[in-house]
Design a binder for this molecule. Structure first.
Ligand SMILES: [Zn+2]
Length: 262
C-alpha cells in the first residue's frame, strides 16, 4: 500500500545511503520523528538534497511504501542562516540534532516537542556568539530539558527513595536512576545505592538552573569552566543510561575544549 503525505519538518540528520541516495531523519509535528530516503540525493546538483540540508524548516512531501519511505518534494519555509554559516553554531546544532535523532522514538506525534525544538533553533540562530564553555553548558541544559520531555526527567529536589527534600551536603547522585538520593537512604540501603556518587552542591544548582530557567538567562549567568565540565559529565551519564545505542564520544566533543588534566 502506498500513501503520500505532506508535513512540516526540520531535518535532523542525513547520511550516505546505497550508491547515490541519502538517508534522512526529520522531526515533524504530526508524525514525530520520521526517516526517509532521498533518491539520487548524492549526485551533484541534486536539487532535493540542497533543500534537505538541515537548519531549515521545510515542507516535505513523502511517499510511504511497504519497504521504505521516500521524499518526492521539498520546499524551504525558514532558513537558519547563522547556524548554517557559523562553525560554533553549526557544531552545537548538529550535536543536538544527532542526540535528538537517537533519543526520540520514531512515529510518535508530539507537536509540543516540535515547537520546543523550533523555538530553541530560532533562539540559537539569534545568538551572535556561542562559544566553548557557554556553548557546552547550554547544550547540556538543552539535553536535560529534552530528556525530561521524553520521559527521562531528573529529580533534583527530593530523594529518589524516601521522597523527602534533600538537604545541602547530604546527598549522592545516581545518573542511571536519574537524580539525588539522601545520605540517610544510602546508609540504610548501601547495596541498593552503591553506584551513587558524591556531587558538589554547585553542580546540582547548575542542573536546576539549566533545566528550569529561560535560555536568555542561561546565556547571561556567570560560569566556571570546571563546574561546567562536571555538569556536562552528569548530563552525559543520564543520556547514556536512557538512550540506546553506542555512544562513540561525549556530546560536547567539538563544542567544549576541555583542557588536558595533569
Ligand atoms: Zn531518602
Amino acid at each position: 500500500m502506498w500513501s503520500t503525505m505532506k508535513t512540516t519538518a526540520i531535518v535532523l540528520t542525513s547520511s550516505a545511503w546505497r550508491e547515490s541516495d541519502r538517508w534522512y531523519s526529520a522531526l515533524t509535528p504530526e508524525f514525530g520523528l520520521i526517516e526517509f530516503v532521498g533518491r539520487g540525493a548524492q549526485k551533484p546538483r541534486a536539487k532535493l538534497a540542497a533543500h534537505l540540508e538541515p537548519f531549515a524548516i521545510v515542507e516535505l512531501e513523502i511517499v510511504k511504501g511497504a519497504r521504505s519511505t521516500t521524499v518526492i518534494g521539498v520546499e524551504r519555509r525558514e532558513v537558519f542562516d547563522r547556524i548554517q554559516t557559523n562553525l560554533e553554531h553549526r557544531m552545537f546544532t548538529q550535536t543536538l540534532f544527532a542526540m535528538l535523532a537517537k533519543a526520540i522514538r520514531p512515529d510518535l506525534a508530539d507537536p509540543e516537542l516540535f515547537d520546543e525544538v523550533i523555538d530553541l533553533v530560532r533562539f540559537l540562530n539569534s545568538q551572535i556568539s556561542l562559544q566553548n564553555t557557554r556553548s557546552a553548558f547550554v547544550l547540556g541544559a538543552t539535553i536535560l530539558r529534552l530528556l525530561s520531555r521524553l520521559g527521562y526527567g531528573v529529580e533534583l529536589h527530593d530523594c529518589l527513595a524516601c521522597r523527602k527534600n534533600v538537604l545541602p551536603l547530604s546527598f549522592r547522585w545516581h545518573g542511571g536512576r536519574g537524580g539525588l538520593v539522601c545520605s540517610d537512604c544510602v546508609q540504610k540501603n548501601p547495596e541498593d545505592w552503591f553506584s551513587a556518587r558524591p556531587m558538589d552542591e554547585e553542580i546540582v544548582t547548575l542542573m536546576r538552573i539549566g533545566r528550569d530557567q529561560s535560555y536568555e538567562s542561561l546565556m547571561r549567568m556567570p560560569l566556571l569552566g570546571q563546574q561546567v565540565e562536571d555538569f556536562v559529565q552528569c548530563v552525559h551519564d543520564v543520556y547514556v543510561y536512557h538512550v540506546p545505542g553506542e555512544i562513540v564520544m561525549p556530546f560536547w566533543t567539538g563544542v567544549l575544549t576541555v583542557p588536558a588534566r595533569a
